[in-house]
Design a protein around this ligand. Structure first.
Ligand code: ADP
Ligand code: MG
Length: 267
């Protein structure tokens, strides 16, 4: 694939194998995963609970170390990064997690949550950081005065809007989203998905979006990888995966979606 921002090669993560049970085989949460993500596109990763989606994403975020295999972002092996390059990576690649309640510090105001990344990276002064946060709040559909509220004063959907704002405040290249709408009411899910997609497009970001929900994945993905038991069992352009799935498991997944004939992109 041309102009790949993220290149994942033969990525395996094993868990288990404690001293006591050394003879028990270790278990591969992800197993020989090879994927790439094209600049400005979204790769949707779909699979049932326990298929290894979060493990994969956490390795790309550099939160857990692979057992074997490599991950490159912009041609750099992310697990070899040090010092200034590592700091640049932390700015370039931003996460959005499923549960906004646990990804925010409840004692911080929304303003503090949003300006913290700017502070860490030494961007602007107090006033300009606050102005940036206010402008971004407006852009994600929240009132400017939300800046002085605390997470518990916002709804789940509003918190995910803040999570999107926080993810893009450093003008990253890549956003990695792990089930960002799965904890939300169905009526709110669509709005947050649309905001994610619109923001990503406007800013030209490259994304991996993980979900167990095929309908959600269909809405926002350019390419799709289907995972099962840690392996990628199907990988291709969204149109192909939905129109002409090669893998039997993918066919079963598609058939299990209510109104699967109407699965389509929103935009
Ligand atoms: P998904 O996000 O697709 O639901 P996960 O990546 O969270 O799947 O988990 C994949 C498998 O790896 C699951 O069986 C899970 O129990 C296991 N797993 C995940 N993290 C750990 C860990 N830190 N220690 C042991 N097993 C883990
Ligand atoms: Mg998960």
């Amino acid at each position: 694939m041309s102009d790949a921002v993220i290149e994942i090669r033969n990525l395996t993560k094993s868990f288990g194998g404690t001293a006591l049970f050394r003879r028990e085989s270790t278990f591969r949460a992800t197993d020989d995963v090879t994927l790439s993500v094209t600049r400005g596109k979204t790769l949707g990763v779909v699979g049932e609970s326990g298929s290894g989606k979060s493990t994969l994403l956490r390795m790309v975020l550099r939160l857990i170390k692979p057992t074997s295999g490599t991950i490159e972002v912009d041609g750099q092996d992310i697990w070899s990064l040090k010092g200034r390059d590592l700091k640049a990576f932390r700015r370039k690649v931003q996460p959005i997690f499923q549960n906004p309640a646990s990804s925010f510090n409840p004692r911080q105001s929304i303003g503090q949550i949003l300006t913290a990344p700017l502070e860490v990276h030494g961007i602007g002064d107090r006033e300009s950081r606050r102005a940036k946060a206010e402008a971004l709040l407006e852009r994600v559909g929240l009132p400017r005065d939300a800046i002085d509220r605390h997470p518990h004063q916002l709804s789940g959907g509003q918190k995910q809007r803040v999570a999107i704002a926080r993810a893009v405040i450093l003008q990253p290249e890549v956003v990695l989203a792990d089930e960002p709408t799965s904890a939300l009411d169905v009526s709110v899910q669509a709005q947050v998905l649309e905001l994610f997609d619109a923001t990503r497009r406007e800013m030209g970001l490259t994304a991996i979006f993980v979900s167990h929900n095929l309908a959600v994945i269909r809405q926002i993905s350019d390419q799709i990888a289907v995972m099962r038991h840690g392996k990628v069992v199907e990988y291709g352009e969204a149109e192909q995966v939905f129109g002409d799935p090669h893998n039997h498991y993918t066919k079963t997944l598609i058939a299990a979606v209510p109104d699967h004939r109407n699965l389509r992109r929103v935009s």
